[in-house]
Every structure is written in C-alpha cells, then in structure tokens.
Ligand binder design. Structure first.
Ligand code: PYR
Length: 373
C-alpha cells in the first residue's frame, strides 16, 4: 500500500524503560497500524494483567551469593543463547518499519538468540535469507498458522525446513480473531501482502482484515496436528498458547517437544489470567519432561527473572522488540534487547544469581494482597 509509511530510521536508542519505547513508537507508526500492534481483546483486561500480574510474586534476594559479573548466557534446543530471550512471533512487521522481518531477524542474530518467522510474515523466504548471512548457525523457528489444505501445510513446512528452521511453533490459540475493538474502529487491514500464506488466502493478504486471514486458516486444531507436523518435517514442535496444565500434558502426550505458555499477548481471549499466572502450575505438571517457553507481558528484567524462576527456560519478546524496530530498525531492536539483558544482569547481581540456572533454582514468594487488573 503506497500510502502506508512507518519507521525508516536506523539508529541506536537510549532507553530508560520499555513503556517509554512504546509511547515513542506511537509517534512513528500510523494510527491504525499502532492500534493493531498495541491493542488487546475486549476490555484489554488480560492485556493489562499480563504485565501487572508479575506483581503477584516477589523475588527473594540472596545477598551473600558471592556473585560478580553475572552471566546471562544459556542454551535452548541445543543452541547457545547470549540471553534467555527469543523473538515471540508477530505478523507483518512492515507495519512498524521498512526493514520488516529482515531487520528483526538481523537484530536477533546479531544479539545471539533466535528469531521466529510468522506464517503471516510480510517478507518472503528469499527476502529473509540475507539476514542469516554470517549467522548460518543461528537458530530460527517457524510459527505455523495451519491451512485447511494439507498440501499447503506440507509446502510451508518443507520451505521452513529448507530455510534452516530448527523448530515449528504450532499456533493453537488463534483459530478466530479475538475481539479487537480498536481494529474495528480503525478499519485496520494489512497494508502489505503475506508471501508465505498467500497460497491459501483470497489474494495476497494486502487490504485484508485479520478476521478474514484467520478465517482462511485452519480452525480445528487438535493433538493430531502435532503428530501431523512431525510426520511431515520431523522437526521439534512447540505448542503455542498453552494456559493450562491439562493442555500441556495433552500436548506432550501427542509429541509436543516444547510447551509454549502464552495468551497471545492478551490479543485473543480477554478474561484469561495474566500469562505469568498460568506458568507455575504448568511447569509443575510438566515436571521438566520438555522445555517451557513463555511470553506475554515481559517488559523488565524482573519479569524475565520471575518467568524463569517460575519454570520457563527462555522467554519471548514481542511488542517491545517491534517498537524498537519502529524507532530504529535493527539497531533499535538491538537497543531493546541490550536494555533487557542489562536489566536482567542487574537483577541477577541483586539476587545473588551468577547463572541462568541459578535463577531457575531461585524462590519466588506469593504476595497475597495482590489485586491488580
Ligand atoms: C495477531 O494479530 O495477533 C496475529 O497473530 C496475526
């Protein structure tokens, strides 16, 4: 869409906190595009609670832990990560900046973790390939929105594997659009096409509303889909959108290799608990049988710490990275990631944690007076 102009600058950002970054991005991204990225479903109760619910638990610092220069590095699915973050997949990154998926992938590769490619990416596989030059070994994941047509699913899964994707993220929480009232008010439609799924959309995706894109995708997601994906491409499957211990165990029973705890950034089911509130019970049920990843609401190092202490192995960063992209292209994303890494390092020092493993063994305490929405 020729008249859609989002971010174009490529620069480092000076960051005090990620809430400021969100406010500043509002000045750059066109109103309907910003509304699409920022908003949640319904009353946005779950959207807000994703952040506030981190206050339901307190961190118990260990102050004689003999710690200096904490190390944020970790491994996930056999790959080294410079910090326990990866990119939580989001559609159509061109809504924020002209570097779109190419800049986002480049930033995560340079930072030393992993990018997730959405089926609804606004870039083709060929366009994204240069972001991996010099980073051939960097992990990448493909977030699958299944088609109703298995021929198309097979083609997408094979393309993802050929591209070097190390895992498939099966999106299970978005079979219809959540009640995104702001999108309705703003008459939001995607300003660009979606090359990977245009094979199953009516058109390229440009000018389509989210509800129509979702309607073109598969609604009936079941444990059989996990088995199906593995039978086609033999890659690990991360089951995304899990909010209950029951679904986690059902997913593992069907072969899921990773449980991905998420409420889709509060964009789907309003009235659900904050994502962090669901994590501990899921981790207790999973009992370390498979790794757990977590997203929805991370804005501070304390949040990363709490998610890891509650059972996550790595956390997904979504909107904050996209706001960084809007303001400074790939350099802006790197600024966001470095801010979070520095913040986490400070929390590790203050809590007596030398390593990520130490965080995973740290204890959180319930804060019973908690009653924030
Ligand atoms: C979203 O808008 O939330 C998508 O995942 C496409």
């Amino acid at each position: 869409m020729a008249d859609y102009v989002a971010g174009t600058e490529v620069k480092d950002l000076k960051i005090v906190n990620l809430y400021d970054v969100e406010d500043e991005a509002r000045e750059i991204i066109p109103e309907a595009g910003y509304g699409y990225i920022r908003s949640g479903a319904g009353d946005e109760f779950t959207l807000r609670r994703n952040v506030t619910c981190f206050n339901s638990k307190g961190i118990l610092p260990r102050v004689i832990g003999d710690v200096e220069h904490p190390d944020t590095s970790t491994t996930f699915l056999g790959k080294d990560y410079s910090a326990p973050f990866f990119y939580a997949p989001i559609a159509a990154l061109g809504i924020a900046h002209e570097e779109k998926e190419i800049g986002m992938a480049k930033a995560f590769n340079e930072f030393g973790t992993a990018f997730s490619i959405s089926s609804y990416a606004g870039s083709s596989w060929d366009e994204m390939a240069p972001s991996y030059e010099g980073y051939e070994d960097r992990p990448r994941y493909f977030q699958l929105y299944m088609s109703k047509n298995h021929g198309f699913n097979e083609a997408m899964l094979n393309e993802a594997k050929d591209f070097g994707c190390q895992a498939i993220i099966l999106t299970a929480d978005s079979t219809v659009e959540g009640n995104r009232e702001l999108n309705k008010r703003n008459h939001f439609t995607y300003p660009f096409g979606m090359p990977i799924v245009e094979r199953y959309l009516a058109g390229s995706g440009e000018g389509m509303a989210l509800k129509d894109v979702y309607a073109s995708s598969k609604q009936k997601i079941s444990p059989k889909d996990i088995e199906y994906i593995k039978s086609i491409c033999d890659l690990p499957v991360m089951l995304k959108g899990v909010q209950t211990p029951e679904d986690a165990l059902k997913g593992i029973g069907a072969g899921a290799d990773v449980i991905y705890v998420s409420n889709h950034g509060g964009r789907q089911l309003d009235g659900a608990p904050g994502s962090f509130e669901t994590l501990e019970a899921i981790a207790q049920a999973v009992q370390g049988e498979v790794p757990i990843v977590f997203d929805s609401g991370i804005r501070r190092g304390e949040h990363v710490f709490k998610a890891l202490a509650a059972g996550a192995d790595v956390v997904g960063i979504g909107r904050p990275a996209l706001y960084g992209l809007a303001l400074g292209g790939h350099k802006g994303v790197l600024s966001v990631l470095n801010y979070l890494k520095d913040d986490l390092t400070r929390i590790m020092q203050l809590t007596g944690c030398q390593t990520i493993e130490d965080i995973k063994n740290a204890r959180l305490t319930d804060l019973p007076a908690y009653n924030e929405a």
